[in-house]
Design a protein around this ligand. Structure first.
Ligand code: AMO
Length: 433
């Protein structure tokens, strides 16, 4: 008995009735009736019912206490999966758990967002809450699988950096052995330099934004899924890779998180063979915004999302040709034949169900273009010397994109606030748990 392997609750239905099994998990629910006590045990794979009769002489510790249960697998039409455990020996694996701040055994968690976040180490135990991260984890598997099989190399770049990459404003300054340094706002500079080495790279990692606004779509730290590839013709090649990546993330969810999809009743998006593309100038017209607007407001993105759904039956819409003045200095100017009005760029945003999910595009790749672009923005190229050396020594035309993991999951599960799908969110007001 001592060396007996553990059976997961999810595998219990496959056990031959009459066999002895050993389960480990948390007490999800303890129900004491006059003649019998039911213990619902929760492990990483699901729930199982354990039936305790007075003659078994077993005490069930309070809900959330981790336990080991050794008993007989017994067929029962009442039990989840048709098999329950009887005649058990129940051993507590820690001191009795304190009463949880929320009733985790209820099918749906009845708690407001502050309670969920304040008690995250406990509230994430709820199966319906945990399912959200299962979606995230399966998406990451799909992301990696897709890129690994397309010849990409996974990289990791420093998170303590010398200068801002996206804009100076929302950067966290830190004390680095007595001199100023910053938390990386994105792996942008590094992923570009690494294209010169590996040609195709991706990184999954945290990025930091000192977001001064308290919104439902911004965090101070989020998980960025970054991709960069060389020898592109323009941003449309990048968009094709993005399409494959999103299809791969969806496939990852279907394969590795089928239980979470079912539990949450998700309607996974259809990823069209080709993601519909609209030019920024057209998009402004469509939503009735002034032609000189430099960016899309959230309500514009929502309207465009609805338009993409109606016109193309698509949950996704790429908006290309954003004005150069709103994009970072490394952005490549518009180069396709049909020249749109204004100072367009070879960059795009991807909207998913009316929310910006991805930013990407083609980058400059000639040293002289960088020097010019930096000077035009009042910056001195020597300040960027470590980054610019890659271009001095020859870089191919390249481009890439970054996808915010929390926004992807929030849209998939229908969460209005991205904090609902973030394990331990960091924002203007929150630094713990
Ligand atoms: P950008 O700054 O647009 O682009 O970020 C890319 C994507 O990251 C997500 N995102 C955020 N998610 C949560 N909280 C935030 N504060 C936040 N800010 C951004 C969004 C967004 O679309 N270097 C470029 C990418 C590139 O061109 O490759 C960049 O970082 O989903």
């Amino acid at each position: 008995m001592k060396s007996m392997d553990r059976t997961l609750t999810g595998h219990l239905p496959a056990v031959t009735p009459g066999e002895t099994v050993r389960l480990c998990g948390h007490v999800h629910r303890r129900r004491e009736l006059a003649a019998v006590t039911f213990l619902v045990l929760r492990d990483r794979s699901g729930l199982a019912q354990v039936v305790i009769k007075p003659a078994d002489g077993q005490e069930v510790p309070p809900e959330e206490t981790p336990v080991e249960v050794v008993g007989i697998a017994t067929a029962s039409s009442q039990a989840p999966g048709g098999v329950e455990v009887t005649s058990p020996v129940v051993t507590a694996l820690s001191a009795p758990a304190r009463t949880a701040p929320v009733e985790l055994w209820r099918p749906e968690l009845a708690a407001g967002l502050p309670t969920l976040l304040d008690h995250a180490p406990v509230t994430w135990r709820h199966p319906a809450v945990r399912a959200r991260w299962e979606i995230a984890a399966a998406s990451l598997r799909g992301f990696r699988t897709t890129l690994d099989s397309a010849g990409f190399t996974e990289v990791h770049s420093p998170k303590i950096v010398e200068s801002a990459t996206e804009s100076g404003a929302n950067v966290f300054e830190i004390d680095y052995f007595g001199r100023p340094a910053y938390l990386a706002q994105s792996p942008q500079f590094y992923k570009q330099q690494l294209v010169g080495i590996f040609e195709r790279v991706y990184e999954i990692g945290p990025v930091f934004r000192a977001e001064p606004h308290d919104t439902v779509r911004h965090l101070a730290e989020y998980v960025s899924l970054d991709v960069e590839l060389g020898f592109v013709r323009d941003h449309r090649d990048v968009l094709s890779v993005l399409r494959e990546v999103i299809a791969g993330m969806r496939a990852g969810i279907k394969t590795h998180a089928a239980g979470a999809v079912e539990r949450l009743g998700l309607d996974l998006p259809v990823v069209p063979e080709e993601i519909p593309v609209i030019h920024f100038a057209e998009a402004l017209k469509l939503v009735g915004a002034p032609a000189d607007e430099p960016d899309l407001a959230p309500e514009h993105e929502r309207a465009l999302g609805a338009w993409a759904q109606q016109t193309h039956g698509s949950d996704f819409l790429a908006v290309e040709g954003y004005p150069m003045r709103k994009r970072p200095f490394y952005t490549h100017p518009w180069s396709r034949q049909a020249r749109p009005p204004g100072d367009g760029s070879n960059s795009f945003d991807l909207l998913f169900r009316g929310l910006e999910l991805v930013t990407g595009g083609q980058r400059l790749h000639r040293l002289t273009d960088y020097e010019e672009a930096l000077r035009a923005r009042g910056e001195e190229p020597p300040a960027y010397a470590p980054y610019l050396q890659a271009f001095a020594h020859g870089m191919p035309p390249h481009g890439g994109f970054a996808l915010g993991l929390e926004r992807w999951v929030a849209r998939l599960v229908g969460a209005t606030n991205i904090r609902e799908v973030t394990l331990f969110p960091r924002d203007l007001h929150r630094l713990s748990p």
